[in-house]
Write a protein that binds this ligand. Structure first.
Ligand code: SF4
Length: 696
């Protein structure tokens, strides 16, 4: 495990929060990364990668890179630091944690991490060991996938799902609440291959995504109404003798209860609720009942609302009711991260029964009166000021004088600007890791290809050192990334670790392209699909397979969605985007407000306001507006982003984020005749953005 010599191309893998986990070919010169492209070790990568990671070298060597530890000077938000040694920084971090524990109890320390890396080493190794032994508050990681994950667990026990290559075998592909052209791009060629072979494509999404424009049918429903459409499909199947009764009898429980809950959802009722044509729902119902193989790509866009869990459960139940399993290219795809049956035995410390904090409630926790109060916030792999809901409350919390905020990151993010202590983190090109895909089924070693820039250090090493300083280490335990890498590989299921060690393709016992109900089966205790799990029925406020009405009001009639795009992975890599953000608004909604293309506008509700430019386009349905997920403060004219408008309410199932339940009004800003710079000015930073930066 030595670093490769410079001056040529070397292979590694991408562990970022993306379903694909590409194999990478990295070009080096003079000890620096000069280019990144796709490799071939992971066949799904096929030699190409996304435009985001192609630019990763700019993150490593860019002006936003955090090069050494620092202590903030000046008020929170200025991002000005006095640079110090690691020794000084870690002494102060350990002192802050110790003091908080002695005065307020260990739960006054809140670790906060999510998705900055999906690697098996950079999260839930020495970090978990440290915080568990310390007795810190625990974090419920719910910004994404907790809702769909809860539904998938209850119905199928997270059965491995259809992998990308098998989409080429489908006769009908339904992309529901996902935009593979931006996230998980390697699915797209297989969808196109299926289309060339005669398959029909249906996209269910409020936006005209690139695949929606190529689809035979696009259902541009209102955000939060997916459950209504899915239940109308169930009703059609059950009431017209199209349900696969033999399959239901042999492999499921709860079909009767699902059928009863679906009964009220006629096509007319669903069409009225979802704001789409009855005929379009009827057409999808007919296509789905008829086609085989038929596959549904269930995305994460449909979960981010008050009905998200019910929507996910209803959609995931469709292939069971319609009898779409048992054939290659048929079934459903959600996350395949559970395919490996990995239990993180390497953490080496049991989870204590300490306070569990839902990460969507960061603002409340920092500004409310929890007992004990949060006195130390330790942020890593995460940029919550950009990504957590109720941004103004989060910001208010970060401004507290009596809070010690530590941010361990690769770049000076919006959150890092508020940190009392910053610690520079190594990137995945500077450290070891293990990349586990959750679209395709693959597991690859990530290798350091260059020395870390500045004084950046791997997560594993820093948390192990803190553990030592706090007297929580134990003899013989892994203390650095290499030792931990060996421990993690040893802890992988039988045969998998050997393959990873030998840099050979790793596969679970059922292979990397399982057919559902041939090679893999529900991992529920009785091996059946639970179509009506009682615990979900108890958890959902109105019960399972129910619909909570739209939260729009006369004052705030527009649904704001904040989807990911092809420029960044949530907030990661957004520092490289210089173009100001624009709110996409349908021409009808723009016309009603006398808003023109490029106008300066104000998007607002009772939680906050965003000042930005308008992009007038039919790419979103009327009544819905869109601002990208993960923007940084520099991308808008007032430093606020979509999360200044998102509520911190929770989904019906899985306690997830309700980003798409934001309801807003839009108006031309005072002096709103200002037009955005032309698209060609994308790489320039307008004066207004410089002004926005000064705010923070
Ligand atoms: S972000 Fe996704 S598509 Fe891009 S390189 Fe990483 S795994 Fe591949």
């Amino acid at each position: 495990m030595t670093k490769p010599p410079a001056g040529h191309q070397v292979g590694t893998a991408c562990p970022l929060d993306c379903p694909d986990s590409c194999s990478l070919s990295v070009s080096l010169a003079g000890g620096r990364v000069v280019a990144l492209d796709g490799g071939h070790a992971n066949p799904v990568t096929g030699g190409y990668i996304c435009g985001k990671v192609r630019r990763f070298g700019e993150r490593m060597y860019g002006s936003d890179r955090l090069l050494r530890p620092g202590f903030r000077i000046g008020p929170p938000g200025t991002g000005a630091f006095r640079w110090v040694s690691w020794e000084e920084a870690l002494t102060r971090v350990a002192d802050a944690m110790r003091e908080a524990r002695d005065r307020w109890g260990a739960e006054s320390v809140l670790p906060y991490c999510y998705g900055g890396s999906n690697g098996l080493l950079t999260q839930d190794t020495t970090d978990a060991r440290l915080f568990r032994r310390f007795g810190a508050s625990r974090l419920a990681r719910t910004l994404c996938a907790s809702t769909t994950g809860a539904a998938n667990q209850a119905l199928y026990g997270k059965m491995p799902s259809v992998t990308y290559a098998d989409y080429a075998h489908a006769k009908l592909v339904v992309i529901w609440g996902a935009n593979p052209s931006a996230s998980g791009i390697h699915l797209v060629p297989f969808v196109r291959e299926a289309q060339r072979a005669g398959a029909a494509l249906v996209v269910v999404d409020p936006r005209a995504t690139p695949l929606a424009r190529l689809a035979d049918l696009h259902l541009a429903l209102k955000p939060g109404t997916d459950v209504a459409v899915a239940l109308a499909l169930h009703r059609h199947l059950f009431e017209n003798g199209l349900a696969d009764e033999a399959f239901l009898e042999a492999h499921t429980t709860g079909a009767g209860a699902l059928r009863a809950r679906a009964r009220e959802w006629t096509f007319e009722h669903a069409a009225e609720v979802a704001g789409i044509e009855r005929a379009d729902i009827a057409r999808l119902a007919g296509m789905y009942a008829e086609a085989s193989p038929a596959v549904i790509r269930c995305g994460w866009g449909l979960e981010r609302n008050r009905n998200g869990g019910n929507a996910a459960a209803a959609i995931l139940a469709l292939p069971a009711v319609a009898g779409k399993f048992g054939v290659r290219g048929g079934g459903y795809t959600l996350s395949n991260s559970g395919s490996w049956s990995i239990t993180k035995t390497w953490i080496g410390a049991d989870e204590p029964p300490t306070r569990l904090v839902n990460m969507n409630h960061l603002g409340r926790m920092l500004t409310g009166s929890p007992d004990p109060p949060v006195k130390v916030l330790f942020v890593y792999n995460c940029n919550p000021l950009s990504t957590a809901p109720h941004q103004n409350l989060v910001r208010q919390g970060l401004e507290r004088d009596d809070l010690t905020t530590i941010v361990f990151d690769q770049v000076i993010s919006d959150t890092a600007r508020y940190a009392d202590i910053v610690l520079p983190a190594a990137t995945f090109l500077e450290q070891y890791d293990l990349a586990r895909a959750y679209g395709p089924i693959s597991l690859q070693m990530v290798r350091p290809v260059v020395d870390a820039v500045g004084e950046a250090r791997p997560n594993v090493d820093v948390f192990a050192e803190l553990e030592q300083r706090l007297g929580l280490d134990r003899p013989g335990e892994p203390r650095d990334e290499l030792e931990m890498m060996i421990r993690v590989i040893d802890g992988l299921p039988e045969g998998v670790g050997d393959a990873v060690r030998a840099n050979a393709p790793a596969a679970p016992p059922f292979g990397t392209a399982p057919v559902q109900f041939v090679d893999v089966f529900p991992r529920t205790p009785d091996g059946r699909v639970h179509l009506f799990p009682e615990d979900l029925d108890r958890e959902a406020p109105l019960g399972l397979y129910t619909y909570q009405p739209d939260p729009a009001t006369d004052r705030y009639p527009l649904a704001l969605i904040s989807p990911s795009n092809e420029k960044a992975i949530s907030s990661s890599l957004y520092e490289l985007v210089r173009k100001p953000a624009a709110l996409t608004i349908h021409p009808e909604d723009a016309h009603a407000r006398e808003i023109g293309e490029g106008d300066t506008i104000r998007v607002f509700n009772d939680l906050g306001a965003v000042t930005c430019h308008a992009a007038v386009s039919p790419a979103v349905r009327p009544g819905t507006v869109a601002l990208p997920k993960g923007l940084w403060s520099r991308h808008t004219l007032n430093g606020s982003t979509a999360n200044a408008l998102t509520p911190d309410t929770l989904t019906d199932i899985g306690a997830g984020a309700c980003f798409n339940d934001a309801r807003v009004q839009v108006e031309r800003a005072a002096g709103g005749a200002d037009r955005a710079p032309a698209a060609t000015g994308a790489e320039t930073r307008p004066a207004a953005l410089q002004a926005a930066k000064r705010i923070h």
